[in-house]
Design a protein around this ligand. Structure first.
Ligand SMILES: NC(=O)CC[C@H](N)C(=O)O
Length: 195
């Protein structure tokens, strides 16, 4: 069903192997992105969880920050998970850094605290699936404010944890660490029909 899609996974740091495995389980082709040339001919790109400060530094070192920002601004579907959400955000409440600076969301890093910040819940996300989906949070950010063009996809415990703006999807949690592929399929459908 997804075999015609070529999806990039930013592979500088963090959980890129897990995203690769989930994509391959749905028969999508995967390109690990480490250089600007790897951004060519993609149908979408995933920015994995990990450590946003480290990934941001590596994006600059590998001369990927500007080309990636241009691709996203040009409409390439992008899915940021956890640290990937922080990379996309235009505003980070508790950090002076900005990274890709493309999505009209304001996030809090380590919103649940650093030590006790890892937990899981199961929840129905109507936009994504009729069945409850496992949401795994690991020192996760959440969204405190969204711009007018941003659609809230999921809230958990009163915090916004998934949002979409045109070709950009950002989630606080880690679907690639669970066997449930509904969120990935939601993104792959965005890649089939770019906004
Ligand atoms: N699991 C994650 O991606 C954690 C994100 C991390 N706390 C950061 O601020 O970058």
């Amino acid at each position: 069903m997804y075999s015609g899609l070529n999806i990039g996974v930013l592979a500088l740091q963090g959980a890129f192997r897990e995203h690769r495995a989930s994509l391959e389980s749905l028969n999508a082709s995967v390109t690990e992105v480490r250089k600007a040339k790897h951004l060519e001919n993609l149908d979408g790109i995933i920015l994995p969880g990990g450590e946003s400060t480290a990934i941001g530094k590596l994006l600059n070192q590998f001369e990927l920050m500007e080309p990636l920002r241009e691709k996203i601004s040009g409409g390439l579907p992008v899915w940021g998970t956890c640290a990937g959400m922080i990379l996309l955000a235009k505003s980070i409440e508790n950090d002076d850094r900005r990274h890709l600076d493309v999505m009209d969301i304001s996030v809090v890093r380590n919103g649940y605290g650093r030590q006790l910040g890892s937990f899981g819940v199961e929840q129905i996300v109507p936009a994504v699936s009729e069945k409850p989906i496992p949401l795994v949070f690991i020192r996760a950010p959440y969204i405190v404010e969204v711009g007018k063009d941003v659609e809230v996809v999921c809230s958990a415990d009163g915090n916004i944890v998934a949002a979409k703006q045109d070709n950009m999807l950002a989630v606080s949690f880690h679907p690639e660490l669970t066997p449930d592929t509904s969120f990935l399929e939601y993104f792959l459908n965005m890649c089939k029909e770019p906004a």
